[in-house]
Design a protein around this ligand. Structure first.
Ligand code: AMP
Length: 116
């Protein structure tokens, strides 16, 4: 398993920093965003460290599929499977602030388009 001791989300995955976990399996952890932008706002991360979506997509691993299954499980569990937004901010220009790949699962309200 690859981890970065200086990475906040690696620290959450290791249980060294507290977060409100809502779902997990061997490869994936989902926890509530500390600054929610919708009634449901859950971050879904791989336990392994990948800096962003591109790094995960380029890796030869089953982690990407596990992450997507985690998203689906979270949406079901949180009661938003009929409509939710999945966001991977990728790069600082897109607003990524934590460089450990994470999907934002947002739901529980009507979403607008385009996003800001
Ligand atoms: P991004 O800007 O796409 O990299 O998203 C990072 C997200 O992590 C933001 O929505 C933050 O509110 C959230 N966040 C930062 N620190 C924590 C934390 N300790 N626990 C839960 N969410 C966090």
């Amino acid at each position: 398993m690859s981890t970065d001791p200086d990475c906040l989300f690696c620290q959450i995955a290791a249980g060294q920093t507290l977060a409100q976990t809502v779902w997990e399996d061997d490869a994936v952890l989902a926890f509530r965003d500390i600054n929610p932008q919708a009634p449901v706002h859950v971050l879904v991360i791989p336990r392994d460290h990948y800096r962003d979506f591109d790094a995960l997509a380029a890796a030869d691993s089953s982690v990407l599929q596990a992450l997507m299954r985690g998203v689906t499980a979270v949406a079901e569990q949180e009661g938003v499977a009929d409509g939710y937004r999945l966001v991977f901010n990728t790069g600082a220009q897109a607003g990524q602030s934590v460089f450990h790949v994470h999907g934002h699962v947002l739901g529980g309200r009507a979403m607008t388009w385009p996003p800001g």
